[in-house]
Design a protein around this ligand. Structure first.
Ligand code: BTN
Length: 259
């Protein structure tokens, strides 16, 4: 039987960040699952679920997402059907990168589509999920500590992990980071300029640009930024540009090139 944990409603932060609902769980299986439940029950767009700990946090491509108690922001935001575009996952990543930079004063890059990177290490990621009548943006950011060694043990090609605290001493409370992330995502989605600016904002943060990469979908090529739909542009050996829709992508290191 699944454990049932209590949650509270943070009405002060609901008002502060202009959100219709701000749920805070001591522990929860996955905030994405709870946000989906809320969306299906009719909870309005902008409803936010924050967990101090997740017992079954998940990442992209079916990976586990380490979500130890208090170490980071594990949150999910209910969105609406009108928010769904092919570049939604990128818009969410850009919004979080901007907020981390403003709140913690560190430069945040992005590895397509939405791995958030500080100094070549992964500080967070985004998992957008949707189904019949629901859309949820899940965000995981290592604020105080990162699970670096254990992640590395799973996949020696995974990016090493980091936390905001390794690079900054301007560390806000988790619910405040979460409120700001939610607010920025909704603002960007509501502003036409916010949507139009996705390609430009992405290109200033793109750590793969002009690097040789391996893509699951289309093999090896040179990353040449994204198109207006958020797809990765990949230049093949014969100069043709093809579009990568999904799957994992990683930069090829110089030692691999020599192999
Ligand atoms: C990635 O693989 O980079 C995406 C990680 C997304 C993790 C977040 S934590 C909050 C939300 N709930 C989950 O189970 N996953 C997302």
């Amino acid at each position: 039987m699944k454990a049932i944990y209590p949650y509270s409603l943070d009405t002060v932060r609901e008002r502060e960040y202009g959100l219709p609902r701000f749920e805070v769980w001591q522990a929860i299986s996955s905030t994405n699952d709870r946000a989906r439940e809320l969306a299906v029950e009719g909870s309005p767009r902008g409803s936010l679920v924050l967990g101090w700990e997740q017992t079954e946090g998940r990442g992209r491509h079916g990976s586990l997402w380490f979500s130890a108690a208090g170490d980071g922001v594990w949150m999910s935001l209910v969105l609406g059907a009108n928010d769904v575009t092919t570049h939604l996952p990128i818009l969410v990543g850009i919004s979080c990168a901007e907020v981390i930079e403003e709140m913690a004063g560190v430069i945040v890059s992005i590895k397509w589509p939405n791995d958030l990177i500080i100094n070549g290490r992964k500080v967070g990621g985004v998992l957008v999920e949707m189904g019949d009548g629901w859309v949820v943006a899940g965000i995981g950011i290592n604020v105080r500590r990162s699970p670096s060694e254990s992640l590395q043990a799973f996949d020696d090609r995974a990016l090493p992990a980091t936390s905001i605290a390794e690079h900054s001493d301007r560390i806000s409370e988790n619910p405040d980071f979460a409120g700001h992330f939610a607010q920025r995502i909704l603002e960007r989605l509501d502003a036409r300029k916010g949507r139009d600016g996705v390609v430009d904002s992405f290109s200033t943060r793109d750590i793969l640009r002009d690097r040789q990469v391996h893509t699951d979908e289309l093999g090896i090529g040179i990353a040449r930024g994204i198109d207006e739909c958020g797809m990765l542009l990949l230049e093949l050996e014969d100069g043709a540009i093809v579009k990568v829709r999904s799957g994992s992508v990683r930069a090829i290191t110089s030692s691999e090139e020599e192999e």
